[in-house]
Design a protein around this ligand. Structure first.
Ligand code: ME8
Length: 688
């Protein structure tokens, strides 16, 4: 198609400081659904995502891991289960992926910084203030909340150093005007937040270089300074199109961005700092920044350090990628926070996908198969009246008017059901489009599911199984009922494609929908499906999930993952205080042989050992190791005991010494091994 309208959409570029979780997946899946929706509508879409790889947090993490920062980020971006792997798994259709360590980006940032320095918007000064290391944000005293970072609530540090500043204050009025008087930032509630909390208290110039660490893009005209990570990161949206570099050449085509999709905590950077930078560079501003809410877990933000992240790999493996994508978009209003839970996920799959959509599809295809061998036949398609209705809607769409129908069908008249169903289907695309254009994918999906519900009701109203009892009489009506069901399934399928691309392709194959009836245009056309197409009931696309079983399995898998994330081995710290040799020699360590071993009654912990200590008399030792050994395993073994400890009573029994064991912690679990020595060592031999 010549001159397709363009649509440039971006996600934030993610910090590869840890593996990504379901919250990041939410943001990317939403952006992907919007990008796919725009492509479906015929736009030439540029969808950009990537990774934001510089800054002190990454430098610190790499040092902790004993690798270079580049090795560290390479592993999280490109490695197994890394960022790129995750987007591939989630079927993300990004056209471009930028890494801020890419050479072309680094060189372009140096040019951008220099441009703003040359035009006087960047100048050198002394930075005094507060710095939040995890957020990599500078704050003034007045911006702190209870003396802590206003974004994450953590401690901030005093910071003072020579630094470059960006004249953010110069742009305060223009940015305020942009936010207040245009629909640049949505949802609207975020505008008030930005204006009241940041702009109106007074925008101060922004510190845009650091000297206290090196993992950043060097300011090429002043070695020792690296560019503030947000200046580097925000500029990705233009460098990835070829601004100030030769790697790409479509800046003129795609800039300005149609929308930057970002999480609410980074709205400040996108709606204040980014427009000001663009104003300084003399570039057009993005058309919109949309700040979505957070997925919360137990009411709080997910974070690796709190150990409460949800793994998208685990969920998609268990329920399928499309089910997970669908759940994220269907459940949570995009602009607000939402509480994630496994129960809610399974409930949504069972209600919407298995019950509503799944049943509609499988019942309809099964009946087409059973009663008509999968081909309904020419006569099953839209009637003349229905084609007329279709035409009325097409006209109304063109003239932007509403369709008014004055029919009054009596209850039980099958035509009433047909008309209601067809009208619902014909009105769907517009409602869906309206919601999608307002960044409300959850509303768009709710509209689709209202029509799916209507279609399921239509099955009950028409009771095809009853019609099938007298095929001679009812065959034509039954074929038409089934055609209507296939047609409504097709229209819903077209609009579900941005959310569940793979499942919709399978759905279309089952109902025999050719490529030309999978299009945006065809979603507003009744009767487009060929009534002679071959329908077949294929695999169950949305199987029901056994809630209790799945929850138990998830809990087990999550516990295992939490455990695996703990350090593999932890050792008791070594004592630094010396013990003198004579004191050490006072401990009488002896080899002892286990003559008998048994559980102590009423104690879950204690084992009672009867030992040969070489003296000829039996020695009894009680040891709290029942969790680690079965008594019979130990009979005959040669162990080590301290034999000159004062006797102690436990559970009414005397313990005459202590058996030595080695202890350490493995994945958070304490492990214990009794010290066993060679059986060649006689009982009573002294260990020294
Ligand atoms: O902020 N629910 O990167 P990031 C919803 N590098 N969204 C969430 C979320 C949750 N629980 N957790 C994170 C950065 N996100 C910068 C961006 S752009 C020039 C630079 C979202 O990896 C978060 O809101 O910390 C943000 O939009 C995105 O994931 C990336 O977060």
């Amino acid at each position: 198609m010549a001159n397709k309208p363009k649509f440039y959409i971006t996600t934030p570029i993610y910090y590869p400081s840890d593996k990504l979780h379901i919250g990041h997946t939410y943001c990317t899946v939403a952006t992907d659904a919007i990008a796919r929706y725009k492509r479906l509508k015929g736009f030439d879409v540029m969808f950009l995502t990537g990774t934001d790889e510089h800054g002190q947090k990454i430098e610190d993490k790499a040092a902790e891991a004993g690798v270079t920062p580049k090795e560290f980020v390479d592993n999280i971006v490109e490695g197994e289960h890394g960022v790129k792997d995750l987007w591939k798994l989630m079927n993300i259709s990004n056209d471009r992926f930028i890494r801020t360590t890419d050479d072309y980006h680094v060189a372009a940032i140096q040019k951008i910084f220099k441009k703003m320095y040359d035009n006087g918007d960047i100048y050198k000064g002394v930075y005094k203030g507060k710095y939040c290391k995890p957020c990599e944000s500078f704050w003034t005293e007045s911006q702190l909340v209870d003396g802590k970072c206003p974004d994450c609530g953590r401690e901030v540090q005093d910071a003072e150093e020579e630094a470059y500043f960006f004249r953010l204050s110069k742009y305060a009025d223009r940015v305020r005007d942009l936010l207040v008087n245009t629909d640049f930032l949505e949802p609207r509630s975020r505008v008030h937040e930005m204006v009241n909390n940041f702009i109106d208290p007074g925008l101060e110039d922004l510190c845009v270089s650091r000297t206290s660490f090196t993992w950043g893009i060097p300011v090429d005209f002043d070695p020792g300074h690296v560019v503030y990570v947000w200046v580097d990161a925000l500029s990705n949206y233009i460098t990835a199109l070829g601004y100030d570099n030769d790697k790409y050449a479509d800046f003129d085509k795609y800039w300005p961005a149609d929308v930057h999709i970002v999480g609410k905590e980074i709205v400040r950077f996108h709606s204040i700092i980014w427009p000001a930078m663009l104003m300084s560079l003399g570039l057009p501003l993005p058309k919109k920044v949309f700040g979505h809410g957070w997925l919360l877990l137990d009411g709080g933000k997910m974070s690796k350090s709190k150990g409460n992240v949800v793994d998208p790999y685990l969920l998609s493996e268990k329920f399928g990628v499309d089910a997970l994508r669908f759940f994220l978009m269907r459940t949570f209003p995009f602009g607000s926070d939402g509480n994630f839970s496994n129960e809610l996920l399974i409930q949504t799959i069972n209600t919407d996908l298995a019950n509503d959509l799944g049943n509609l599809l499988s019942r309809t295809t099964a009946m087409a198969d059973k009663y008509f061998g999968g081909v309904l036949g020419e006569g099953a398609g839209a009637t003349e009246d229905e084609n007329y209705l279709n035409g009325l809607y097409a006209q109304a769409r063109q003239s932007r008017s509403e369709v008014q129908l004055a029919f009054n069908f009596p209850e039980g008249d099958p035509v009433k059901y047909d008309v209601e169903l067809i009208r619902a289907a014909l009105e769907l695309r517009e409602k869906y489009e309206d919601a999608m254009e307002h960044y409300a994918p959850h509303t768009a999906l709710a509209e689709v599911f209202r029509v799916i519900d209507r279609a399921n009701k239509y099955i009950d109203e028409n009771a095809p199984w009853a019609l099938a009892k007298d095929m001679e009489q009812n065959s034509a009506r039954l074929a038409h009922v089934l055609y209507n069901l296939l047609e409504v399934t097709r229209i819903c399928g077209v609009l579900l494609q941005p959310f569940m691309p793979e499942s919709c392709a399978k759905l279309f194959a089952q109902i025999g929908a050719a490529e030309n009836v999978r299009t945006w245009e065809s979603a507003a056309q009744w009767g487009a499906l060929d009534p002679c197409a071959a329908v077949h009931k294929g695999e169950n696309l949305f199987p029901r999930v056994d809630m209790d079983k799945a929850l138990a399995e998830l809990e087990e898998a999550e516990a295992a993952a939490r455990k695996a994330a703990l350090p593999p081995i932890e050792l008791e710290p070594q004592l630094t205080e010396n013990v003198d040799f004579d004191t050490f020699c006072k401990s009488d360590l002896r080899a002892v042989k286990v003559k008998a071993c048994e559980h102590v009654k009423k104690s879950a912990k204690l084992l009672r050992f009867t030992l040969d200590d070489g003296t000829g008399a039996d020695r009894q030792i009680l040891s709290g190791i029942a969790a680690y050994y079965e008594p019979e395993q130990l009979v005959g073994k040669t162990l080590v005991a301290i034999v000159n400890l004062p006797p102690r009573k436990m559970m009414g029994l005397e313990s005459q010494g202590m058996l030595l064991s080695a202890v350490h912690t493995e994945h958070g679990e304490e492990k214990l091994n009794l010290i066993m020595v060679s059986d060649d060592i006689p009982a009573g031999a002294k260990l020294c």
